[in-house]
Design a protein around this ligand. Sequence first.
Ligand code: SF4
Ligand SMILES: [Zn+2]
Length: 137
Amino acid sequence: MRPAAARRIARERRTLGIMIGRYCAGNHGPRAEPLCGDCEALWTYAQTRLDRCVFADEKPTCAICPVHCYEATMRERVRNVMRWAGPRMLLPHPILTLLHLRDEKRPLSAKAQAIRARRQQAANLISPPGPETPSAR
Ligand code: SF4
Ligand SMILES: [Zn+2]
């Protein structure tokens, strides 16, 4: 993996770990361990997804990924974490937050764009156009 990509992915991993930690501390009460069972499971799951990401060097941030490889429950859970922890990241972690926001603005790779186009095509085939306007008689 190219060093720049490895740094970007390591940064995303770190950002996500901090966000899950803050979310857990803010929502699941104080505890001896850093994370509750549910958040630990989410963190382990998210790291596995990162390790197995199909995009490798060309990985977009998960938030803008056209694949969304998370299963539905975990996707919902990570979205809750992002919604809650995202606005609380800037003050304690300004540089990490700004770099993450910059990463989210990076253009999608050719592979990701092709996947997004294929998915949009498939979605258009599944949802037929709305009812035709009846012609005036
Ligand atoms: S959501 Fe997309 S970018 Fe994130 S790990 Fe899965 S495939 Fe990779
Ligand atoms: Zn928790």
